[in-house]
Design a protein around this ligand. Structure first.
Ligand code: NDP
Length: 274
């Protein structure tokens, strides 16, 4: 079976560097997709309350035959549930849907700065961590200013910031902030939802290695040190996306991919999404 590298988060918890995302997968289809991912060797699953498929993930975990403790499970707190008490309630709801009594990583999904609740929300996350109900806590879509505000308030540094990141949006300044604070960078939409798979530069690299553009992009993420969570509902692609550990990009390949930066988001801007 393919061997996925393991990274150690800032609180000592280990996470597979490559996992499986289930955004925009209907609950009914999620169970099969996650089961296929587990059969293919994935041991990290990324869902969120707002995806509406935590129950589907839970069914896959319960029936896959893979012990719960071998799977790194991430879910996220939705924006409407920010605030101290609401966070604790939303966490219980997520656990019930997932059919488990802990998660490995709980994330604040978006900072929603105009609501100004993420500092209170973080205090609730700290409580969930202290109570052992989640093994690590982190954030998603936080910009440097949002991170700085949490760091001023709290001794608990987020273990992860999960952000949009792919060759068209490489997030070099944010990755430098993360490195300075020991926060792991996790890439969402690592394939830009498929938008960059037609890129001629990626196609040329893929041909040279006898690989697909998706595999080249995932290899690039791993080279940068990102945690990466590609999504697919197509079994052959699910297998393809984890079959990336037996080739390496050259320095020229990395340089060519670095040159693709365009500052182009496929998703919302975290400073204005509220
Ligand atoms: P991805 O960048 O992972 O791209 C998924 C798309 O690419 C799907 O259309 C899929 O098609 C296609 N695809 C996947 N693998 C291949 C392949 N090998 N060849 C060709 N096409 C392929 O997009 P996501 O937005 O889903 O991001 C990944 C995960 O990140 C999400 O599922 C979610 O867990 C997380 N996320 C988090 C966000 C946040 O705010 N924190 C926001 C968005 C995502 P198909 O499924 O039809 O095979």
């Amino acid at each position: 079976m393919t061997s996925v590298p393991i990274l150690t988060l800032n609180n000592g918890l280990e996470i597979p560097q490559l996992g499986f995302g289930v955004f925009q997968v209907e609950d009914a289809l999620t169970t099969d997709a996650v089961r296929t991912a587990l059969e293919s060797g994935y041991r990290s699953i990324d869902t969120a309350a707002v995806y509406g498929n935590e129950a589907g993930v839970g069914r896959a975990l319960a029936t896959s035959g893979v012990p719960r403790e071998e799977v790194f499970l991430t879910t996220k707190l939705w924006n409407d549930d920010q605030g101290y008490d609401a966070t604790l309630t939303a966490f219980d709801t997520s656990l019930a849907k997932l059919g488990t009594d802990y998660v490995d990583l709980y994330l604040i999904h978006w900072p929603t700065p105009a609501r100004d609740r993420y500092p209170d929300t973080w205090r609730a996350m700290e409580k969930l961590l202290a109570d052992g109900r989640t093994r690590a806590i982190g954030v998603s879509n936080f910009q440097p200013a949002h991170l700085e505000r949490l760091l001023e308030q709290s001794g608990v540094v987020p273990s992860v910031n999960q952000v949009e990141l792919h060759p068209y949006l490489q997030q070099a300044p944010l990755r430098a902030v993360h490195a300075g604070h020991g926060i792991a960078t996790e890439a969402w939409s690592p394939l830009a939802q498929g938008a960059l798979l037609q890129d001629p530069a990626l196609d040329a690299i893929a041909r040279r290695h006898g690989r697909t553009p998706a595999q080249v992009v995932l290899r690039w993420h791993l080279h940068l040190g990102n945690i990466v969570i590609p999504k697919s509902v197509t079994p052959a692609r699910i297998r393809q996306n984890i079959d990336v550990f037996d080739f390496a990009l050259t320095a020229e390949d990395i340089e060519a991919i670095t040159a693709l930066e365009r500052g182009e988001r496929t998703g919302p801007d975290p400073d204005t999404l509220n």
